[in-house]
Design a protein around this ligand. Sequence first.
Ligand code: FAD
Length: 376
Amino acid sequence: MAHSAISQVSIAAPIGSDISLRRSVVKRNSLSFRDKSWASTLSWDLKSQTALKSNQFIVRMSVQQASKSKVAVSPLELEDAKEPPLNIFKPKEPYTATIVSVERLVGPKAPGETCHIVIDHGGNVPYWEGQSYGVIPPGENPKKPGSPHNVRLYSIASTRYGDSFDGKTASLCVRRAVYYDPETGKEDPSKSGVCSNFLCNSKPGDKVQITGPSGKIMLLPEDNPNATHIMIATGTGVAPFRGYLRRMFMEDVSFKFGGLAWLFLGVANSDSLLYDDEFSKYLKDFPDHFRYDRALSREQKNKNGGKMYVQDKIEEYSDEVFKLLDEGAHIYFCGLKGMMPGIQETLKRVAEQRGENWDEKLSQLKKNKQWHVEVY
Ligand code: FAD
C-alpha cells in the first residue's frame, strides 16, 4: 500500500468540525482540498458554530504528492502501550468531559435519529479502538431517589486519536431511544430514553460525565497486519468499525494494515446509512483492502423477495465468507441484540448446505478467538 507523506501543511481548524462524516459537505466559506489525497474529503467549515473558541487546534496534515498518504496523528506515544486502558474513571468518580459537537448523521427519510457526538476528554480518558465509554446522564435515578442515573455504555466510533487526530476527543454514534405506544402507535416523550436523548440534545460546551473506557471483546487484533476482518453491523453497531477503519486507512500509525477489511452494514434505507461517505472513500482508495456491502431492509429485496437484512447480504457472499473464516479471518458483530438470531440461523443453514456442522465450526471459531460479538 502506498504510504508516503511528502510535505505537510498546518491548518487551524475548529475542534468539532469533523472532516469525514459530512452528508452535505460544507456549503459556504469552506476550505477544501481537491486533490486525490485524503484532503479531498477534508473540508473545514470556517464558520462552524460547533467550534469551542478555547479549543482551536492545529491539524497537521500530510498534503499528498503520491496517492493515499495518511493523516499525521499525535501523540504517537498512544501507540506504545502494550495493554489497553481499562476503567480509568469509575461510576463513583466519573470524568467531566465537554461536548464538542453533535451532528445528525441520517437523512430526512431515516426512521429515527442517529447523531455523531464528539466529546473532549482532554487526553485524560484514553481508549483503544473497539472500546466503549460509559455516560452518566444528569438527573436522578427514578429507581433510586437521591442517586445518579445508571451508566449507559456507548461504543466509541473514533480511533484513539479522535476525529481531530490529537488524542483529545472521542466520538460516539448515538441513536435516540424513543418509545411508541403499541396501541396508538404514537410517540410518548415521557418514556424517551434518558441518556441517548441527553446526548443527542446536548450542545457544544455542555458537560458530560463519562466512565471507562471499558471492553476488550471488540479490540482490533493487530498482531497480524495482513489479517482479514469481517465486520457485521446493524445501525449504531457500526461505531467500533468506523474506529477500526480510520486506523487502517486514514491515519499514519504504527499499525500498517495490508489485509482485508470487509464491512456489512444493515440499516433501514439509504437515508439511514452511517458514515457512508467515509466508507465509500476507502472503497475507492483501497479497493484491494476494503469491501463494503450495505443491506437496506426497506429498500432492497433478498433473493426470496423479502426484506434485505444483513444476514441476507452475508448469505450472498457465503462461499467467500466461509473460505475466509477457514483461513483465519476475524468476524465481528455489533448492534442490537435482535440481529444475532437471524444471522446465526443463516450461518447455520449455509454451513449445512456446505455439509459442515455449524456448532462445531462456531466453537472452533470461538476457540481460535476469531469470533467477536458485542450486541446490546
Ligand atoms: P433508557 O432511559 O435506559 O430507556 C431504555 C428504553 O426503554 C428506551 O427505548 C426507552 O424509550 C424505553 N422506555 C423508557 N421508559 C419506558 C416505559 N415506562 N415503558 C416502556 N419503555 C420505556 N447505543 C447507541 O445508540 N450507540 C452505541 O454505540 C451503543 N453502544 C453500546 C455498547 C454496549 C456495550 C452496550 C451494552 C450498549 C450500547 N448502546 C449503544 C445502548 C445504550 O447503552 C443505551 O442502552 C441506549 O442509548 C438507551 O439508553 P437511554 O438512557 O436512552 O434509554
